[in-house]
Write a protein that binds this ligand. Structure first.
Ligand SMILES: Cc1cc2nc3c(=O)[nH]c(=O)nc-3n(C[C@H](O)[C@H](O)[C@H](O)COP(=O)(O)OP(=O)(O)OC[C@H]3O[C@@H](n4cnc5c(N)ncnc54)[C@H](O)[C@@H]3O)c2cc1C
Ligand code: SF4
Length: 569
């Protein structure tokens, strides 16, 4: 039997990093919001300091919905399928993946918003890589800045500003775009190792600065400051120092009494009325089917599920899937989780047993267009980042830099016992562009337990991205060497399979022929349906996506509240 529920103002599908932020401005504006979340509430007691459980068995996401619909992947339309991961990286819970993410909380830099026009102006149109579908964003960093600011203060981000209103402060990132004010909290403190790396960067003429983190560096808004033990690198924080949305924006929205959260709600379609507008959603919960009518819907279920729900929601008006009459849903997909990092071996212990991935230093000299690309064979660049964090099992699985056999024999055991605390792997995030051939669609064969197709990723890194990767590794080797590393290993480039940093599939842009959503995040073809998350981002920048996705989500929600009549009439 299908239960038809009372209509509400807004339904948000997925209360994760982005949906959990969108709820707050809507609820504060006095709108009635229902958050439909496939997962459940987790509590600090769920967040055990247990490497096997968190990092290897993927608990609790391994027993959840995301694992039953892991996308398939092939490098191109005629390539065989890649091996399918058994554990999805993402989380089903109130707070979504912000519960167990690393909380590095970056803004994009100004260039990331205008790759086409700035590249053309500086180097000529011929420098846009062949086959790339990249467009300038329909908004600039300056337009997004007030929303970055809002989210940094409401979610709770610590860091050091490098550019307040054009005044450069070398204690922060001198390459960042202008911001209105300082972070709400000072940066997480550094370690001996990060200081050693910062000093080495200085010696090379590079500028190192503390990375921004959605983690309390001091007690704030009733939550503790960080204790730096690092068990949150794939787990939640048991003292709620991490600013996951389940402990930051969602409780604030609940306090308005305008947000109602329904957990265990698996949304299976977005429903369209006779007028071609969205009428609400259908979801499954506890064996029942519910229809929740709403004046507006915000889709916030992460890149793959956002695209899947759109493509599965077919109707007379949208026979190829919702908001897909221009064939843009699933296009402009990208991810920059290339894995071509660098691992260094140092001659002494570097005391990395304590610390967390958001406690690091970054270098942006080789990021974006911060350096002259005239003599290079690529555009874009890398944010080089090192941090202090080590777990026992991961340490025992270390590489041996060609010095002994790996994983067997007494030489190997001796090598590991001497060197377990002497290695560090840099996190090199790179600019990635969208290409014609990199797309998401519905898998024709593989289905979830409900019999619905999972997402199929057809995508791979192209020449521009591979060249940035090789350049980034060379620059990182110089940095590690300057810090005294005695051996280094480059890891090979991977491919664009299911990932935590997925972008596109419902890109934002003014042109409905090439974009799914408009500059406010609402579908060109369906004016009361918004999409939030990395889905709408047209470039990745060379840093993590979440703060940008959250700033865009706040902006979309605020736009809806301020234009309620025209969006829902
Ligand atoms: C280990 C790890 C480390 C990471 N570290 C960083 C980092 O340091 N910095 C950074 O910026 N990013 C990081 N990320 C990426 C970051 O987590 C994502 O960018 C972010 O969570 C995406 O936000 P989202 O709201 O789109 O998706 P999510 O946060 O995953 O939220 C989606 C929500 O939708 C719900 N949902 C899904 N399908 C349905 C459905 N059909 N019906 C109802 N609800 C549904 C899910 O249960 C979930 O709660 C990391 C990710 C992982 C896994
Ligand atoms: S290191 Fe900080 S954020 Fe991570 S679990 Fe510990 S207290 Fe929480």
């Amino acid at each position: 039997m299908t239960v038809r529920l009372k209509p509400t103002d807004v339904v948000i599908v997925g209360l994760g990093a982005a949906g959990g932020v969108a709820a707050l401005p809507l609820a504060r504006a006095g709108l009635d919001v229902i958050g439909l979340e496939a997962g459940e509430w987790l509590t600090p007691a769920d967040f055990a300091p247990d490497e096997i459980r968190n990092n290897y068995r993927g608990w609790p996401q391994s027993v959840q919905k995301a694992n039953q619909e892991v996308p398939t992947h092939r490098r191109n339309a005629s390539a065989p399928y890649s091996p399918r991961p058994t554990v999805a990286p993402m989380m089903n819970a109130v707070g979504g993946t912000s519960v167990h993410y690393w909380a590095q909380s970056w803004r994009l830099n100004p260039w990331d918003f205008k790759v086409v026009s700035e590249t053309t102006r500086r180097y000529g149109a011929g420098r846009i890589p062949t086959g790339s579908t990249v467009e300038d964003w329909p908004l600039t960093l300056e337009e997004l800045e007030p929303y970055y600011d809002k989210v940094e203060y409401e979610v709770g981000v610590s860091g050091k500003a490098g550019n307040i209103g054009g005044r450069i402060d070398p204690a922060g990132n001198i390459f960042e775009g202008p911001r209105a004010r300082e972070y709400p909290m000072p940066a997480l403190h550094g370690t001996e190792f990060t200081q050693m790396m910062a000093d080495a960067a200085k010696g090379l003429g590079l500028h190192a600065f503390p990375g921004p983190a959605a983690i309390n560096s001091v007690a704030r808004e009733g939550r503790a400051g960080c204790m730096y033990h690092g068990w949150c690198d794939r787990g939640g924080c048991h003292v709620s120092a991490k600013s996951s949305t389940n402990v930051s924006t969602i409780p604030k929205a609940l306090a308005t009494k305008r947000l109602r959260v329904t957990t265990g709600a698996n949304v299976i379609s977005i429903d369209v009325g006779k007028d071609g507008r969205v009428a609400g959603v259908t979801y499954l919960k506890g064996g029942e089917t519910y229809v929740q009518p709403a004046a507006a819907v915000i889709l916030a279920s992460y890149v793959y599920e956002n695209v899947r729900l759109l493509l599965l929601s077919k109707s007379r008006q949208f026979p190829k899937g919702l908001a897909n009459n221009h064939g843009q849903v699933g296009r402009h997909y990208m991810s920059h989780a290339q894995f071509d990092g660098v691992t260094a071996l140092f001659p002494e212990d570097i005391n990395n047993w304590y610390g967390l991935p958001a406690q690091g230093v970054g270098v942006d000299n080789w990021a974006d267009d911060n350096f002259d690309h005239a003599g290079r064979d690529f555009i874009g660049g890398t944010n080089m980042y090192v941090y202090s964090n080590r777990r026992p099992i991961a340490a025992a699985s270390m590489g041996t830099f060609g010095k002994t056999a790996r994983n067997w024999g007494s030489d190997w055991k001796k090598f590991v016992s001497t060197n377990a605390d002497r290695t560090n792997t840099a996190y090199l995030q790179k600019t990635t562009l969208p290409y014609d051939q990199n797309v998401l669609d519905l898998d024709p064969v593989v289905k979830d337990p409900l019999g619905q197709p999972v997402i199929r990723i057809t995508a791979d890194y192209q020449d521009n991205e591979k060249r940035i990767g090789a350049f980034a590794q060379d620059k990182m080797i110089e940095w590690f060497k300057a810090a005294g590393a005695i051996a280094m290993d480059k890891s090979p480039v991977g491919t664009m399979g299911p990932t935590t940093h997925a972008y596109g599939g419902a890109r934002m842009g003014d042109n409905p022929e090439t974009n799914v959503v408009d500059r406010w995040g609402f579908c060109h073809e369906v004016h009361n349906l918004a999409i939030v998350g990395g889905s709408v981002m047209g470039t990745s920048g060379s840093r993590n996506p979440t703060l940008t996705a959250q700033a865009l989500a706040w902006r979309t929600a605020q736009h809806l509240a301020e234009n309620w009549k025209s969006r829902t009439a």
